[in-house]
Design a protein around this ligand. Structure first.
Ligand code: SAH
Length: 270
């Protein structure tokens, strides 16, 4: 390993520990995030602090969460003299969102080489927060492909629709598994998610999208009526209002279709 100080460290598979020591890649991730010296950053998964250090050179401050207390002594020593870095030894998934966000004075940016076993819940926890301006995350390549997928492809699904609703999302680079230590079983990709204003009620949107995709092979008519407990006649006229034919499946609907369904939801319920 290139980082001698970590020589005795026992990597914990359970925590998705695959570290990056390649400075070129670390700098490229920070560049992809488009942050500058006025920005505050949340990192999830400090690891050996290699990405943390590169972020701290560009950002105003970095708050980094790490679940593994075995890294505590090493990290506290490493960042002792770097005053714009704070490391919090807590589970970022379980930590209260308000408590995390109280540490930021303004809208903040997320940069992380995410622990893959909790990629999706972590993305949703922060994507839905008003205070998050952008997320630049390293994820498994297959997940990245689902995040950016367009209609008509096999990867198109809930994740693609939800990300398109909240953000402009792009894969900025594909990363070969060999650059990680230890080497994982999959290749990765960096995804940049730039938040944008949402076109309709967010909770309702999520409810409608999840209901629509609840049974992949069922029609939109059947899924909406069974998941939202509405009779078929009501759903039929709701779909007609939105110019969506009842025999379509959720994977054949674009973002605008789901937004239209939300905008007319209260008409059908009144
Ligand atoms: N950022 C480092 C480490 C990435 S590996 C690098 O790029 O090299 C992912 C890191 O997330 C590991 O250090 C792991 O211990 C940590 N982690 C896993 N689950 C976590 C959780 N729920 N909350 C905070 N950190 C977590």
């Amino acid at each position: 390993m290139k980082n001698n100080e970590l020589n005795n460290f026992k990597f914990n598979k359970k925590y998705g520990q695959n570290f990056i020591f390649d400075t070129n890649l670390l700098c490229a991730i920070v560049k992809d995030s488009k942050i500058n010296k006025n920005d505050e950053v949340l990192e999830i998964g400090t690891g050996a602090g290699t990405l943390t250090l590169q972020i701290s050179k560009v950002a105003k401050k970095v708050i980094s969460y790490e679940i593994d207390k075995n890294l505590k002594d090493f990290l506290l020593e490493k960042f002792q003299k770097i005053h714009n870095v704070e490391i919090v030894f807590q589970d970022a998934l379980k930590a209260d969102l308000n408590e995390i966000e109280d540490k930021f004075n303004e809208k903040y940016h997320i940069i992380a080489n995410l622990p893959y076993y909790i990629t999706t819940p972590l993305i949703f926890k922060f994507l839905e927060s008003q205070k998050v301006a952008s997320l630049t995350v390293m994820v498994q390549k297959e997940v990245a492909q689902r995040m950016v997928a367009n209609i008509g492809t096999k990867d198109y699904g809930i994740l693609s629709v939800m990300l398109a609703f909240y953000s402009d999302v792009n894969i900025t680079r594909i990363v070969n598994r060999k650059i990680f230590y230890p080497v994982p079983n999959v290749d990765s990709a960096v995804v940049h998610i730039a938040k944008k204003p949402t076109p309709c009620d967010e909770k309702l949107f999520s409810k409608v999208v999840h209901a629509s995709f609840s049974m992949r092979r069922k029609t939109i008519l059947n899924n909406l009526s069974s998941s939202l407990k509405l009779d078929k006649q009501t759903v039929s006229s709701w779909l007609e209002k939105c110019n969506i034919s009842s025999d379509k499946r959720a994977e054949q609907l674009v973002l605008e279709d789901f937004v239209n369904l939300c905008k007319s939801y209260f008409d059908i319920n009144s």
